[in-house]
Write a protein that binds this ligand. Structure first.
Ligand code: NAD
Length: 330
């Protein structure tokens, strides 16, 4: 049984607590949060106990920690937990600073302890099926990838201000999906951003609407589009190959299609990430547990987290400069 300490008891921690307690090979040994009521509520809900983050990390009987704290704590906690001999699953992003994330990667490597980064979308059953079909050569060689990743509404301005911007906070998932599907990092990142949804987001120095083109050394192309305003929810991936196309459309709330003389209609897509990717969070945790049991490499590594952050950094610079940025320059 893998004894797990859950660091942070906020929004995403609840999803992880469900996954940890649903896997028969793991148990939720303790929960921590700076907000005591939040930690107590989660611990009670999942039959666990509240302890401090420092206590959990220092406890030799705890095998692994899941870091679901605010982004600005991730690098420090990855380093502390691996140095204390724990396996780590840490939420994205590794850090807001690429330099700090790279230092964290180097420091965590000293311990030799496995670290996985929470790019849960790789574990979405439909996106994973697309990847398997591509790798099996079912549509020939990948040529163009198009990722549509729209949120239904912007988060609060207070969140935007500390988020690191749309490329580090939101598109980072799509950068990782591009790396996952294309099996390679691009050489150039070309980004544009606008503020069309809420002027306060622009005042905070961020965009709420963004598009990126990634170009690969062998000529392949990927495009990613984000908006924080798609009230119907929209998460799609399309891969054009030399011998065909692979598409993952939206998951709808139900499969009912109504056809009348007025037209044809169906249910709207499953709206927000917590609902849309719920099976992916569970599969992510199960993959982490299996990797610990097998003693092999994690399915998403700290290097993958740093790679996606480098693309976010390049996109941020590119949008500001109005020019493509070489990934080698960040
Ligand atoms: N993979 C995904 O789909 C996904 C979705 C949402 C959030 N996230 C990531 O998860 C992280 C948390 O996001 P959230 O929306 O749950 O935020 P949140 O603010 O709801 O929760 C974070 C919690 O961490 C606590 N905290 C901060 N430092 C701590 C420490 N040292 N020890 C213990 N608790 C500490 C805070 O008090 C807060 O309750 C962020 O990095 C975010 O980017 C990932």
């Amino acid at each position: 049984m893998i004894k797990v300490g859950l660091l942070g008891a906020g929004r995403i921690a609840g999803v992880h607590a469900t996954a940890i307690t649903s896997n028969p090979a793991s148990c939720l040994a303790a929960v921590s949060d700076f907000i005591p009521e939040q930690a107590a509520k989660l611990a009670e809900q999942y039959g666990s106990v509240v302890r401090t983050t420092e206590d959990i990390i220092a406890d030799d009987s705890i095998d692994a920690v899941l870091i679901a704290t605010s982004t600005d704590t991730h690098s420090d906690l990855i380093e502390a937990a691996t140095a204390a001999g724990k396996a780590v699953l840490c939420e994205k992003p590794v850090d807001l600073s690429l330099e700090r994330a790279r230092a964290c990667q180097a420091n965590a490597a000293i311990s030799g302890k496995p670290v996985m980064i929470g790019f849960n979308r790789r574990f979405d059953p439909n996106f994973a099926a697309l990847k398997r079909a591509l790798d099996a050569g079912e549509v020939g060689k990948a040529e163009m990838l198009a990722i549509t990743s729209y949120d239904p509404a912007p988060p609060p301005i207070a969140y935007i201000k500390v988020s690191g911007g749309i490329f580090r906070d939101m598109m980072i998932h799509d950068f990782d999906m591009a790396n996952f599907i294309m099996g390679d990092a691009p050489v150039h990142v070309s980004a544009v951003g606008s503020c069309l949804v809420n002027p306060a987001i622009g005042d905070a120095g961020d965009y709420d609407t963004a598009a990126v083109t990634l170009t690969y050394a062998d000529g392949r192309i990927a495009t990613i589009r984000n908006t924080r305003r798609a009230g119907y929810g929209d998460q799609r991936v399309e891969l054009q190959g030399s011998e065909g196309m692979l598409q993952v459309g939206n998951l709808t709330e139900n499969l009912l299609v109504k056809s009348t003389t007025q037209g044809v209609s169906s249910a709207k897509p499953v709206l927000f990430f917590l609902e849309r990717y719920m099976p992916a969070y569970a599969a992510e945790w199960n993959a982490f547990v299996s990797a610990i049991q097998a003693g092999g490499e994690m399915p998403v590594t700290l290097a993958d987290g740093v790679a996606a952050l480098a693309m976010a950094e390049a996109a941020t610079r590119s949008a500001k400069l109005g020019l493509p940025v070489s990934l080698a320059d960040v």
